[in-house]
Design a protein around this ligand. Structure first.
Ligand SMILES: C[S@@+](CC[C@H](N)C(=O)[O-])C[C@H]1O[C@@H](n2cnc3c(N)ncnc32)[C@H](O)[C@@H]1O
Length: 252
């Protein structure tokens, strides 16, 4: 049997070169998206919250490949990934994004207005509560749901998505039949799999403003990965790229 592990590049230099090569050989981001990323890197203290431009290319490609027109995002920050989803769904699609922190939500709102984006809405508050509120007023289910907020709540978000997508009446369920769940950071530097000192990231210096991830985060992410992979309603793939992207397709 062949090894199933992907040898991910021998050092940082090669990893960066491969990342840039992949970025340059994937459909270019629009100047709007690149500009917002550059602006946030320069001005926002927690810009490391954002997905990378390469991941944004992947999101746009995936959303277009599955024909997603209605996207729910859990975790907005300043709206960078929201902007990418907004481009992916096009002017007749719609993105709903959930953010707990009113300051971030307000920056995201300004950013999206400045870029003349009209197909997004931001709901401010705890995502769990917003999802419950949304599910009672939905006109149509979502095609894709992106989870990128507080890590300890990932299992709860999955459970909410699953339990609110049971109805056979399509307009009252959260995620449509065949819909996609995408979850960011589910491997977090491999620490979810191995947080011992043999993983050098376990003692890596933190970036400015970054908080140290705890065993509670790793446990919740592991619980999430196990719940998604073992659920008989989901077909799944865990992509060991970026910070680990969990992907599930709701069968029914
Ligand atoms: C990693 S950042 C999102 C980054 C964004 N998706 C991007 O790539 O540009 C996570 C965001 O989730 C928000 N958040 C944390 N807990 C939350 C909760 N319970 N409900 C809603 N948002 C929450 C944080 O305030 C933060 O802005």
């Amino acid at each position: 049997m062949r090894e199933i592990h992907t040898e991910l590049y021998p050092n940082e230099h090669v990893s960066k070169a491969v990342g840039e090569y992949a970025f340059n050989h994937s459909t270019a981001l629009s100047p709007k998206i690149s500009d917002v990323h550059g602006w946030a890197l320069e001005t926002q203290e927690k810009s490391f919250y954002m997905i990378s431009p390469l991941q944004a290319q992947f999101h746009i490609w995936l959303a277009k490949a599955v024909g997603a027109k209605r996207i729910l995002e859990i975790g907005t920050y300043i709206g960078f990934s929201t902007l990418a989803w907004s481009q992916a769904v096009g002017p007749f699609g719609h993105v709903t994004t959930l953010e707990f922190n009113p300051e971030y939500a307000s920056i995201a709102k300004e950013t999206l207005q400045r870029e003349r984006i009209t197909n997004t809405e931001i709901l401010v508050g705890d995502a769990g509560e917003s999802i419950l509120g949304l599910s009672s007023t939905l006109q149509e289910p979502f095609d894709l749901i992106f989870i990128d907020a507080d890590k300890p709540s990932y299992p709860k978000y999955l459970s909410l998505i699953e339990s609110l997508s049971n109805s056979t009446t399509s307009n009252t369920r959260l995620l449509k039949e065949g819909g996609i769940v995408l979850a960011d950071n589910v491997l977090h530097r491999g620490l979810v799999v191995d947080s011992s000192p043999s993983n050098p990231w376990s003692s890596a210096p933190l970036q400015k403003g970054e908080r140290k991830w705890t065993m509670e985060d790793f446990q919740a992410l592991d619980d999430f990965n196990k719940a998604l992979a073992s659920h008989d309603r989901f077909e799944t793939f865990l992509l060991p790229m970026f910070d680990g992207v969990g992907m599930g397709r709701l069968r029914d």
